[in-house]
Design a protein around this ligand. Structure first.
Ligand code: GLN
Length: 266
């Protein structure tokens, strides 16, 4: 009985939604402002749930916010799509785009040769790089050359984890959420953290009161790209939209809002 009731409820909801869509057909489209949600294809966007300042949950409002969120919203608008966000850990985003579970992935994701085998990327939209950081007052780690035999925290499935594996003999501790890596350093359970420079800087200034400090030079140049399943027709559409908003100043406005300055040479 209960099931039948739920089915009936479900179908009446579906019919309700269909009727609502039918009712709002824009054959009298004379009003430029009323185009909001009419008949646009909805694409699912997989994003990270804790990667400041690119995508994270604003504590006060509970909303998903960040540079990537504003960027993909502007791009979808430009390309003529509606988007729906799904947040998950970084590792799952790479896999979920590779398998075609999501239409788009945006998560400060570095374009790498390895990922390009599974995923298509747009042109780069942000230049990052990896940086080592320690708890303020640590004096035995001054650069990446000092981490062999030390415990270095990072995030599962990230380019930093790959770097530590390939280039060092550190004891790597990888966590699903990067915040756990920082917390372990603050609590003295890990000696250092390796991660993307903009994230480390933002976390250090805004969330850790400067108690996490960077050491040494930026390690690798990394470009972020927006990810699509291999062969997706949407890649070119969003890539073109990206070129358009880089040319018309929208990109620079969004960038300035999150990074406090306009980007160099777009
Ligand atoms: N840029 C890093 C990578 O692509 C980390 C991104 C993230 O944690 N969201 O692996």
């Amino acid at each position: 009985m209960k099931r039948k009731f739920l089915m009936a409820l479900f179908f009446s909801l579906v019919i309700g939604v269909l009727a609502a869509c039918g009712g709002s057909d824009d054959d009298t489209a004379d009003d430029g402002d009323a185009t909001e949600s009419d008949d646009k294809e909805v694409l699912t966007v997989a994003t990270d749930n804790g990667y400041v300042p690119f995508e994270f949950i604003d504590e006060e409002s509970g909303d998903l916010v960040g540079f990537d969120i504003d960027l993909i919203t502007a791009l979808a608008d430009e390309a003529g799509y509606e988007i729906e966000f799904e947040t998950l850990e970084f590792d799952g985003i790479v896999a979920g785009i590779g398998s075609g579970r999501f239409d788009i992935g945006i998560a400060g994701m570095t374009i790498t040769e390895e990922r390009k085998e599974e995923i298509d990327f747009t042109q780069p939209y942000y230049e990052a790089g990896l940086i080592l950081a320690v708890k303020d007052g640590t004096d035995d780690i001054e650069s990446i050359d000092d981490v062999d035999g030390k415990t270095v925290a990072t995030r599962t499935g990230s380019t930093s984890q790959q770097y530590l594996e390939d280039e060092t003999d550190a004891d790597i501790e990888a966590f699903p959420a990067i915040i756990e890596a920082y917390q372990n350093v603050l609590a003295g359970r890990a000696d250092a953290v390796l991660y993307d420079l903009p994230n480390v800087q933002y976390y250090s200034e805004k969330d850790a009161d400067g108690e996490i400090v960077t050491v040494g030079d930026k390690l690798t140049g990394e470009d972020y790209g927006i990810a699509f399943p291999k062969g997706s027709e949407h890649r070119d559409e969003f890539d073109e939209a990206l070129t358009t908003i880089k040319d018309n100043g929208t990109f620079d406005d969004i960038y300035e809002e999150w990074f406090g300055e306009r980007p160099e040479g777009n």
